[in-house]
Design a protein around this ligand. Structure first.
Ligand code: NAD
Length: 255
C-alpha cells in the first residue's frame, strides 16, 4: 500500500514512523506547507519522499490528513475524485453540512472511503451502536489547560457551553472530538458540548455521557499531551495508527 501524508507535525510524524513499520506499507509521500517540517520528517523515514499532494494522487492508495481544516477543504475532493481513500484528523471541518455531504457524494460515486479515526475520545463505538435506535441525549465535557484553549483564567472555568456545531466553529483545533461524536450519534446540533479551562489540568480529559433506548453510557479518558504538540492528545496519534492498521487488517473489530 502507498500512503500520502498531509501535515508533518505531531500526529503526521507519529503516523509516518508507525507506517514505516507496517509490512503492507511500501511507500510514503509527505507534504507540508512548512518545508522544514517536511524535510525533517523525510530525513528519518527511509521509505518517504516529499511530493505535492496533487502530484502523487495517481501513485497512492490512501491519504492521511493531519494538517488543518483548511487542508481538508483544499484536498479532500481531489483525493476522492481520484478514487483514493482519505483518513481525516481535522474532523471539525465537517461541521459544514454542504461540504460534508458533497464529500460523501463523491466518495459514494467513486467507491472510496472517508475514514474518521475516533481520535482523542473513547466511547465512539458505543455511540455508533446506540445510534441504530433512539439516543435521547449525548453530552461531551472536555477539560484542558487554559493555555491550550487560548485562555488566561486562574480557576476552573466553563469557557463554552452549547452545540457541537458551535464548539468546532469556535475551537477549530481543540474540539475535533465533538465532530466525531456528533457524526457517530445525534448530529452536530443535538450533541451538547461543555469546554472547561482548568489551570491545574495536566491531562486532556474527554467525558461522554449519553442515554437512550440502549441504556446509559459514560466514557471518560484522561489523555497525555503529545510530546511534540501539547494541544494534541497522544491518543489521537494512536487512534490514527490503529485506523491505518485496521485498513490493512483482515479482521475488522468494532461497530
Ligand atoms: N480527531 C482528533 O481527535 C484530533 C486530535 C488532535 C488533533 N487533531 C487535528 O489534527 C490536525 C493535526 O494536529 P497536530 O497535533 O499534528 O498539529 P501540528 O500543528 O503538530 O501539525 C500540523 C502540521 O500541518 C501543517 N499544515 C497546516 N496546514 C496545512 C496545509 N494546508 N497543507 C499542508 N500542511 C499543513 C503544519 O505546517 C504542521 O506542520 C489538526 O487539525 C488538529 O486539530 C484531531
Amino acid at each position: 500500500m502507498k500512503l500520502g501524508i498531509i501535515g508533518c507535525g505531531a500526529i503526521g510524524s507519529d503516523v509516518a514512523k508507525a507506517a514505516e513499520t507496517i509490512d503492507e506499507i511500501e511507500k510514503i509521500y509527505l507534504f507540508d506547507i512548512d518545508k522544514k517540517a517536511e524535510q525533517n520528517l523525510c530525513k528519518i523515514i527511509k521509505i518517504a519522499e516529499i511530493k505535492p499532494v496533487l502530484d502523487y494522487l495517481d501513485k497512492i492508495d490512501v491519504v492521511f490528513e493531519a494538517a488543518s481544516q483548511q487542508a481538508v477543504r483544499e484536498y479532500a475532493s481531489s483525493i476522492l475524485n481520484a478514487h483514493k481513500d482519505i483518513i481525516i484528523m481535522s474532523v471539525g471541518c465537517l461541521f459544514e453540512d454542504k461540504f460534508r455531504i458533497e464529500l460523501e457524494k463523491i466518495a459514494k460515486k467513486k467507491h472510496c472511503k472517508i475514514y474518521l479515526p475516533s481520535g482523542a475520545v473513547c466511547g465512539i463505538d458505543g455511540i455508533l451502536s446506540a445510534s441504530v435506535d433512539i439516543i435521547d441525549e449525548v453530552t461531551l465535557v472536555t477539560t484542558k489547560s487554559p493555555k491550550s484553549l487560548g485562555k488566561s483564567v486562574n480557576k476552573r472555568t466553563v469557557v463554552f457551553e452549547g452545540s457541537a456545531r458551535d464548539a468546532v466553529k469556535m475551537y477549530p483545533r481543540n474540539i475535533n472530538v465533538a465532530a466525531n461524536l456528533s457524526i457517530a450519534g445525534v448530529g452536530l446540533d443535538k450533541t451538547k458540548v461543555e469546554i472547561v479551562a482548568d489551570p491545574v489540568a495536566t491531562r486532556i480529559s474527554h467525558k461522554i455521557l449519553a442515554h437512550g433506548k440502549f441504556g446509559r453510557l459514560r466514557a471518560e479518558v484522561e489523555n497525555m499531551p503529545n510530546p511534540n504538540n501539547p494541544e494534541s492528545s497522544y491518543m489521537a496519534s494512536l487512534s490514527a495508527i490503529a485506523t491505518l492498521k485496521r485498513i490493512v487488517n483482515p479482521i475488522q473489530l468494532g461497530a
